[in-house]
Design a protein around this ligand. Structure first.
Ligand code: GCB
Length: 924
């Protein structure tokens, strides 16, 4: 690759872009300064070159052929890159977890002659080996932290000489590297950028833990006495002893010098040196807080004895002090602050983990705009840009290493965990936003040795011993942050084994009202935990409910995956978290939907608990948080997928052609007045920050305007044009309908990928339409409150439509005017063996057998005397969990109805969905 020195420009362009985003949203005028202070910014004395383009990529297949039998070729790629973009979304279970090669050429430049050349890899999941001109120079294990290696001595150092850089990456399962399992996808690839660092022979660096070599720890007390402790590693790679000066300058956000220190160091050749200095500013300094994330800049330079600048690194400094109290919660700068926000996974729709910084930062802007003040970086360290954005925006953060669900009792596992922990602390420790280091998540979710209780106890002891070792290491590395372990709801197990005693804080991932129990159980569970551990500060590190934004339910129930149920759930949880003083805070699981390849459910491979979609569109749950958390007046009319709204009509002859639509409105004000197409619909008072307004609408577009008032004054305003469909009741009287989509066997409304509204099913009543006999299918052998199956339906994105069905139905009847119609019937065989293991996160169902037998069903379909399908056997036609569609043209004559009959030959009849379309109707 021919590299050019464009880094300065691109760095500044990126800074500008970020600046604009942040400024426009938050008007934090001084944000830019903090970005300038990002660690490893290009400075005189060192040069940073982006080395992310022009790579060649190939998966390792021993046969030389790919999985489709094609000859393997090199593919041109740019970083960030992941090789699991498509296979994590397809219908085949599993995704490629194996090896791959990346290669690139590095052309030597004469001006590099006296420099040290380091390769800095942002992240490669999860094992990587670097080769330079055929020689191995480094190995790295762990997919979520950066690593760097000095490659100078392995390079051909002649003008224009080509150096071959090869990086082998592997994301196979390795029992010695965490995470071993988890509800997220282990995307393979080099998914953060690679850069080259051109350094003087004397420079700051920490090649062992991939950091910039400087560790800043700024302390301030309530009287604003501040000390900035600086520790650093300097490398002298030259053959001589060197006398150097280390200069540290503390600047305020406007660039004014606050304090300067200079110290002499004598560096012996060929070894790493440590230095230490304390800056004690004599001036009045400003606190850093979510309301005012004021950042200072600390510029640290090395000068030679001749005054030449050898290296320079910038770090940001935020001055804050904080504490957790087991009874009173969290305090920042002496003031109580409820920590509220969300956890975040790093993947993004269509690009997996290979997400550019600029896109990632938008997540933080959204979290801030939601009114959040806290981010749980879950379940592994993420791009450093995330924490830089937290620093600038004023978001507090916890960061953790990926010890999730289980451990391996091996020395190698322990050592790799230590390495990850040190890398995390050294690479991210200079961010003032970080207040917590975490090192285990739900570590007893997958307890080993289920059948050997004695051995299991030993395993528990090993886990606790590892926790203690990690705790010690964390505190040695950084005594200024709190330590945390996040547990699942099996409180007694964590307590009994002694794990809850180990960290300074205990996080709880609680799901009553989702995986089991009721929403009201959440508060009780919190009280129980507090009673058991009265001296341990408590944080709710997870809570959430699936919210598939295509599903709407008028009468939401647990596990229906509707956004409506998720709204009730979050209202209940937020009320408790905000009310209980001993709860230091809570973070919703999750900020956005994320990929979890092994999940099926309503949106296969996606965990839909996000407040935003995988592509980061706001769901109504996000607006609910805004109403709860924002301090400024707020009102927002809820949305639906593609802004398609479905209204239900009734038998009232006066309202033919119009229906009732349930419009959610979110506000933190006292009341909301609503206008529909300019007409007042009255004023309502929100309950738990929300109003569900039943609006009478006709088909087509309608303008709704919400005017919120606070203490008698207009405080905020929102408007939305709704695109409405009305579910007709009497198909003969209602002339406006063209097509009717029915979600058979389901009382939820579903918007499909084309924007069609599939209305809930209903039993037939005269002058209307519906099913005759039959019952809704329910998955057997599950304690879940479920609606139909939760299995991935092959070959469709509209799984919820086909996961429910009616069985044993006799007929589907529509009372219609005579004419020509098109009818389409959809079938899916849901009763068949599904080889997948039980969903790991179905916390209620652990260990239950869900295997079901294939059902043999054969039936005939008729309309009047016309036989549409004789001996239909869906299983033999398309196999299980696949959609069979049958479309027919039908004529309704003087009988004034269309009745599709289902006659069983073997087993029960079934139907998943039905679509009726008018072609040509004869008006009376
Ligand atoms: C948890 C896990 C998280 C899962 C979540 C869920 O407790 O910590 O990784 O994604 O539950 O959605 O089930």
């Amino acid at each position: 690759m021919n590299i050019s020195y464009v880094h300065r420009k691109s760095d500044y362009l990126r800074m500008n872009l970020i600046y604009k985003q942040l400024y426009s949203l938050l008007c934090l005028g001084l944000v830019l300064c903090s970005w300038v202070g990002r660690a490893q910014t290009v400075q005189e004395g060192r040069v940073l070159i982006d080395f992310s383009s022009g790579w060649q990529f190939r998966k390792d297949f021993t046969s030389g052929k790919d999985s489709n039998g094609r000859e393997q070729k090199w593919e041109k790629v740019n970083l960030p890159h992941s090789w699991n973009i498509a296979d994590v979304m397809d219908d085949k279970s599993g995704y490629y977890r194996g090896g791959a090669h990346y290669q690139n050429d590095l052309d030597w430049k004469a001006e590099w002659q006296n420099k040290r050349i380091l390769l800095h890899v942002g992240a490669a999941n999860q094992e990587a080996a670097i080769f330079v001109n055929g020689q191995k120079v480094a190995d790295h294990k762990g997919g979520y932290t950066a690593f760097r290696v000095d490659i100078t001595d392995k390079l051909y150092r002649k003008e224009n000489a080509k150096n071959k850089i090869v990086i082998r990456v592997n994301n196979r399962f390795n029992k010695d590297i965490a995470p071993l399992s988890g509800d997220f996808t282990f995307f393979g690839g080099i998914y953060r950028p690679i850069s080259l660092l051109l350094l003087d022979q004397v420079h700051f660096t920490d090649t062992q833990y991939g950091s910039n070599g400087l560790r800043v720890n700024a302390q301030i007390d309530s009287k604003r006495n501040a000390v900035i402790h600086l520790r650093g590693d300097i490398q002298n790679c030259s053959a001589y002893s060197r006398e150097v000066y280390i200069e540290s300058e503390l600047l305020d956000a406007t660039g004014i010098l606050i304090k300067k220190m200079r110290q002499k160091e004598v560096l012996k050749p060929g070894i790493a040196h440590n230095f230490h200095s304390d800056l004690i500013p004599s001036r009045y300094l400003r606190f850093w807080s979510p309301e005012s994330p004021y950042l200072y800049r600390l510029i640290t330079s090395i000068y030679g004895s001749d005054g030449r600048l050898l290296d320079r690194v910038e770090n940001t400094v935020g001055l804050r002090y904080f504490s957790f109290d087991s009874k009173k919660g969290f305090f920042l700068n002496g003031q109580p602050l409820k920590l509220i926000g969300a956890s975040r996974h790093q993947d993004f729709e269509g690009i997996g983990n290979a997400v550019p910084d600029t896109l990632q930062i938008k997540d933080l802007v959204k979290l801030k705009a939601m009114g959040g003040n806290f981010l749980r970086v879950a379940h592994y360290p993420q791009d450093p840009a995330i924490l830089s954005a937290c620093d600038s925006l004023g978001l507090l953060a916890s960061v953790e290493i990926p010890l999730v669900n289980e451990i391996t009792e091996s020395t190698a596992f322990t050592e790799h965990s230590f390495q990850m922990l040190k890398e995390m602390i050294r690479q991210y420790g200079n961010h003032p936003s970080v207040i917590i280091w975490g090192y285990m998540n739900e570590i007893f979710l997958r307890p080993h040795y289920q059948k050997d209780k004695q051995r299991q106890e030993k395993y528990f002891t090993s886990v606790v011993a590892l926790a203690k070792a990690l705790e010690r290491l964390t505190r040695t590395e950084d005594s200024t942050r709190y330590t945390m372990i996040a547990n699942h709801g099996n409180v007694d197990l964590y307590h009994r084994t002694g794990l809850t005693k180990v960290p300074m804080l205990v996080g709880w991932n609680l799901y009553p009202g989702w995986y089991g129990g009721t929403i009201a159980d959440f508060g009780k569970q919190l009280d129980y935990i507090h009673q058991q551990l009265p001296d341990k500060p408590l944080l709710v590190t997870e809570y959430g409910a699936d919210a598939d934004y295509r599903i709407q339910a008028d009468t939401p129930v647990r596990f229906d995956k509707s956004v409506n149920y998720a709204l009730m759930y979050h209202q209940g949880y937020l009320n408790d978290i905000l009310l209980k003083n001993y709860v230091a805070g809570g973070v919703a699981w999750n900020l956005s939907d994320f990929n979890s390849e092994t999940r099926e459910e309503s949106m296969p491979h996606i965990n839909t608990k996000g407040l935003l979609t995988w592509g980061r569109k706001a769901k109504n749950t996000y607006f609910l948080y805004q109403a709860y958390l924002r301090k400024q007046p707020f009102v927002k009319i809820g949305t639906t997928y593609a802004n398609k709204w479905g209204a239900r009509s009734n038998s009232n002859p006066e309202t033919v052609g119009s229906g009732w639509l349930r419009l959610p409105i979110f506000t933190n004000s006292d009341s909301v007045k609503l206008l529909l197409d300019g007409r007042s619909m009255g004023t309502k008072i929100p309950k738990d920050k929300m109003i569900v307004w039943a609006l009478p609408v006709t088909r087509g577009r309608h303008l709704v305007q919400a005017l919120a008032s606070h203490r008698g004054k207009l405080s905020s305003f929102d408007s939305l044009t709704l695109d409405c469909e009305v579910m007709p009741y009497d198909l003969r009287k209602d002339e406006g309908w063209e097509e009717l989509h029915i979600n058979v066997g389901d009382n939820r409304q579903y918007t499909d990928s084309l924007g069609n509204q599939w209305f809930p099913d209903q039993p037939y009543t005269p002058n209307s339409w519906g099913y005759i006999r039959g019952e809704k299918y329910r998955l057997k052998n599950t304690g879940r409150q479920n609606l139909g199956s939760d299995v991935n339906i092959r070959g469709t994105w509209d799984d919820p439509l086909f996961q429910t069905q009616l069985q044993g139905l006799e007929a589907y009847r529509f009372d219609l005017l005579p004419g020509d119609y098109e009818i389409e019937l959809f079938f899916t065989e849901l009763e068949a063996p599904n080889s997948k293991e039980n969903l790991l996160y179905d916390l209620e169902q652990q260990g239950q057998q869900r295997e079901q037998q294939a059902t043999q069903r054969v039936f005939d379909i008729e309309i009047g005397s016309r036989n549409l399908a004789a001996g239909l056997n869906v299983l033999s036609e398309v196999g299980p969990f696949s959609v069979l569609r049958r479309q027919y043209q039908v004529k309704v004559k003087d009988e004034n109805h269309l009745t599709v009959s289902f006659n069983p030959r073997r087993g029960k009849t079934m139907l998943s969905a039905i679509r009726l379309k008018k072609i040509n109707v004869i008006k009376p």
